[in-house]
Ligand binder design. Sequence first.
Ligand code: 26V
Length: 812
Amino acid sequence: MFVDKKTFKNDFKKKLMTLYAEDIDTSSKLHQYLALGSLIKEYASQGWMNTNNQYSRQARKQIYYFSMEFLIGRLLGSNILNLGIYDICKEGLYELNISLDELEELENDAGLGNGGLGRLAACFLDSMASLGIPGHGCGIRYGYGLFEQKIVNGYQVEIPDNWLRDGNVWEVRREDKAVIVKFGGEVTMNEKDGRLYFEHKNYEPVLAVPYDTPIIGYKNNTVNTMRLWSAETIDKDFDLDSFSKGQYSKAVEHKYSIESISQVLYPDDTRIDGKILRLKQQYFFVCAGLKSIVRSYKKTGRPMREIYKYVQVHINDTHPSVAIAEFMRILMDEELLSWDDAWSITTRVMAYTNHTILAEALEKWPIELFKKLLPRIFMIVSEINERFCKEVYEKYNDLEKVHKMAIVSDGFINMAYLAIVGSHSVNGVAKLHTEILKTRELHNFFEFYPKKFNNKTNGITHRRWLIKSNPNLASLITNTIGDKWIYSPERLIDLLKFAKDESFKEKLHDIKQKNKLKFTEMIQRKYNISVDPNSIFDVQVKRLHAYKRQLLNVFNILNLYYKLKENPNLNIVPRTFFFGAKAAPGYYLAKRTIKLINTVADIINNDSSVNEKLKVLFLENYSVSLAEKIIPCADVSEQISTTTKEASGTGNMKFMMNGAITIATLDGANVEIHEKVGDDNIVIFGMKKDEVIEYEKNKNYRAVDFYNSDARLKRIVDGLINGSLGVPKSEFEDIYKYLLANNDEFFVLKDFSDYVEAQDKINSLYSDKSKWLEMSAINIAHSGDFSSDNTIKNYAKEIWHIGPVNIRLKKN
Ligand code: 26V
């Protein structure tokens, strides 16, 4: 879109006036933010309409990305960037005495996700729009996103994330497109003319109201849609019947129970707790989403049996996998197709991505609960299961195998199996992860359906994670190799030529230092802690999980601390360790780990004999907007999960793109980062995949042996319970037990010594500034391959079979 500075300034002032009857001088910052947001949405609206019109006029195939989570973060800056008017807005506002940066800070993050899975969905939306691919998000408009984290006395405290309190400038409520979703009740079967008809009675109806958010492509006139559904009662505010009978509280109760469906995001991505509300959420948005897809498909006048040519539904993990049975229901019960036809269409429409192999996170629903909430869907799942089991039996003649692969067995419905059977494509999110799926976790299914399985290594949008979050680095790159990399991020590889160029490296250094300095000023203001911007910024930011091994990081810090205490003249480059991590509210060990990090931080930061060389900071409330600030400052990226456990990781890619050096296990996408940059430009340590698998198979790991044979480890582990950390012994007793009595499930003790060595290597590499900067440049140069544009091109070509649509600018 095009707007000149003068027009922009006038438009902005006019917005302030029409919305709030205010001018620049009398308006609050919040009103200025809201006015700007509303103006930017208006700027995008022409493109939004054109895009929708063109998609439907040309009957283009549409991709619908179904996800329980979209971790969008803020939209103001990225929308302005993608519209191509960033400089105009920034300068225009500056001339009005307003700082765009400051206004951007007023936007509440849309934190509608837990972590990697939700952020991936957000990056994919940005890439689809920017590549001109007709791809839309479908999910839930949670009233409350992932909780806000406060640290009180070292402990995590959760506060509800009331992200909508100032309104949401980006969304449009589309009441006219609301649909009804039915829960519970009974299903009766009638036969007529040799056909079975199903009638759903006594169900509870819930109104699903869509809220649409424009997803603006990068300077390409494309504006796709993220449609999030909100649950409401049918008779708007009250159950009028109860209300008129004077049962006021009953009426209110009913309203709240319905609205609770879209009220809050489940904050635990570590295990399934089988709550009925979560299944309700899943069916709620899936049913509403499919209804709206079918409705708009029907408008094209094409026959239902051809829908697979025009619609692809992508299932982000198993969470939306009831879509398979729901689509079957629509095709059979509403469109009157036969089972075989419906099945052939459904499997061509659906595609599934697996994001984890952790057994605790694989979704299984108890049959009774499922049946009661979704009676018709249960019938269909049972039928899918029966037919599938029959096929397996016919192929192998092996009942044990049938039992192992059954979708419904031992009282549960296994959603991953349903997703595999009902999709035409099953993908993992990094080469190693896909390999493990094929050879181990889902081996039986891979054997049965070898052609369905494929890999799509994750990616990140370089627009948010480089251009937007690190503008100085982006300019340096453009000044060095031109701007082709912006549309073709793989062209970042042209930077390789400059990896030994001293003047380039000096500039790279200056930018990192500037970013670090700015961040330390924020830390000083906010936490009153001074951080040395010349120290190595060593960063581990991600959800707190045992397998991600924040503990290993803490143990290395304690080891360093004890070494420094013994020898204050130890020659090391000063280092600041940053952590950012939310623990699921019910994840006890994770919460203790947060307390441990803060306890260690307190000791070290207040010990003047070491705190010039060592500091530890726990950053409160890690979120997308905080990630955008800390990642550009990082020198060292901590990617230290137990090998085989992290499906991919995407933080690893963001750090690399911003020039950090990775210290990593050969897990997830770290393997591919290593492959690209080579041994010399990443620091790899720890157990290899086969070693982990062997230990797990033979059950012969003995954590206590490592504890007994390494004096450093013994001192650290004992320190958890001997009072040396200055807290009651009981505080970390359970971590102690977890490591020794419970045998350290994720091999922290086993990998400790190797990790310490790797950290020493980081220290000496950093001491050689020129070498370090060369490594940094090489990492940036290879990071373009991890742009989600690349990932999405692969999904489009190999799974969705779709190409870009060129949206023409059309003024109405
Ligand atoms: C699981 C559950 C379990 C039940 C309750 C709520 C809930 C919410 C989310 C999840 C998903 C866990 C899987 C997940 O987040 N996987 C991560 O996906 C990233 C994107 O592919 C990947 O980079 C990470 O390595 C992987 O852990």
